[in-house]
Design a protein around this ligand. Structure first.
Ligand SMILES: Nc1ncnc2c1ncn2[C@@H]1O[C@H](COP(=O)(O)OP(=O)(O)OP(=O)(O)O)[C@@H](O)[C@H]1O
Ligand SMILES: [Mg+2]
Length: 334
């Protein structure tokens, strides 16, 4: 069942002294209830901005320029004030950042849970404690953790506390924005396993944003690849590894030999991403693309379905898969 539908969403950063940065450009996507979706792409391609936009957590200078975000039938892009607050306290969506930034160094873990749970209408101290201990147990931390302060915990434990705090709000959608970046590989795997385990038990929809393609391919049911503010590929991970559709995904996968064995940062593709304050008329990936053809500079390719659960935004791939994009000049030249 559909949980979230995003239609033609665009976000722009408008700082007074520089050109507007078009960080998210005409993104459309659907998230189903209970899905575990990975979102990958090079630094600066708009992953965090998209996560904040679909949870209505954008702050100036970011501005939702256009588009609709339908959450369980309500367009939350146009909600404000009390209606948005009410939506949030009824299981709406949240972004979870790194545990390093999510916790207040001068407050105990019990106080953190107290703040969140009281805001979520649990009032008595005993009630708060009981629920906080349950949540700590869910993220595999002992009840004594309540007495501790953030600096007394390891990075992995802090991240688990941050996950517990998010779960306290019973969200239906959680965006995990690089949740394990500062952690070593084994702790990283344990935290992701906990997230997967909770996601299965509690049933929320998860979006995992990461630079680490290997981590995403290992954990997600579906992978979205973002480039220059747009989604360029949407595929299940097993097929993406064997049949990457977009030339950019192919380049990302080419950065490492064995996707299951090693943690690899997304790096090593010749050229650099475009300046998002000066978008080109055609495909943004064209200057770095090995398949580029003259028609690729005509207009940005739309994301089109080329097979079961597989979409790509590339004129050349779409044509080769017998799903040509109508009106494109390259059509028919093989
Ligand atoms: N406060 C801001 N003011 C102006 N531009 C910004 C601001 N925050 C982000 N941007 C720009 O928006 C674009 C998208 O940024 P975003 O942080 O969403 O990318 P990202 O994919 O999450 O990158 P990373 O992997 O490094 O976290 C980038 O070009 C960035 O420079
Ligand atoms: Mg980011």
């Amino acid at each position: 069942m559909k949980l979230l539908e995003v239609e033609d969403l665009s976000v722009v950063y408008e700082a007074s002294r520089s050109d507007p940065v078009r960080a998210v450009r005409e993104v459309s996507l659907t998230l189903d209830d209970g899905e575990f979706v990975g979102l990958v792409g090079e630094s600066g391609c708009g992953k965090s901005t998209l996560g904040y936009a679909i949870t209505r957590m954008l702050r100036p200078p970011a501005r939702l320029e256009s588009g609709r975000v339908i959450f369980s039938g309500t367009d939350i892009a146009s909600l404000s004030g009390e209606r948005l607050r009410r939506m949030r306290s009824h299981g709406f969506a949240l972004v979870l950042q790194s545990g390093m930034n999510a916790l207040n160094p001068v407050r105990s873990i019990e106080n953190h849970f107290g703040d969140v749970l009281r805001a979520h209408q649990r009032t008595s101290r005993a009630d708060v404690r009981r629920r906080a201990i349950e949540l700590l147990e869910a993220v595999k931390l002992p009840p004594e953790t309540l007495r501790r302060f953030p600096h007394e915990l390891s990075g992995g434990m802090r991240q688990r506390v941050a996950i517990g705090l998010v779960l306290a709000l019973d969200p239906r959608l959680v965006i995990f924005d690089e949740p394990t970046t500062a952690l070593d590989v084994l702790v990283q795997k344990a935290v992701i396993d906990t997230i997967k385990d909770l996601q299965r038990k509690v049933g929320f929809t998860a979006v995992l944003i990461s630079h680490d393609l290997g981590l995403v391919l290992d954990s997600a049911d579906r992978v979205l690849v973002m480039y220059a503010g747009r989604i360029v590929e949407d595929q299940p991970p097993a097929r993406m590894v064997t049949n990457p559709a977009h030339p950019y995904t192919r380049a990302l996968l080419g950065c490492y030999a064995d996707p299951r064995a090693e943690r690899v940062e997304l790096a090593g593709i010749p050229g650099s991403p475009p300046d998002l304050s000066q978008p080109s008329a055609g495909c943004s990936y064209a200057p770095r693309c090995t398949l580029v053809e003259p028609g690729c500079s005509s207009a940005e390719p739309p994301l089109v379905e080329i097979g079961p659960r597989t979409s790509v935004a590339c004129y050349v791939t779409a044509r080769q898969s017998a799903h040509p994009v109508a009106g494109h000049e390259n059509e028919g030249q093989q």
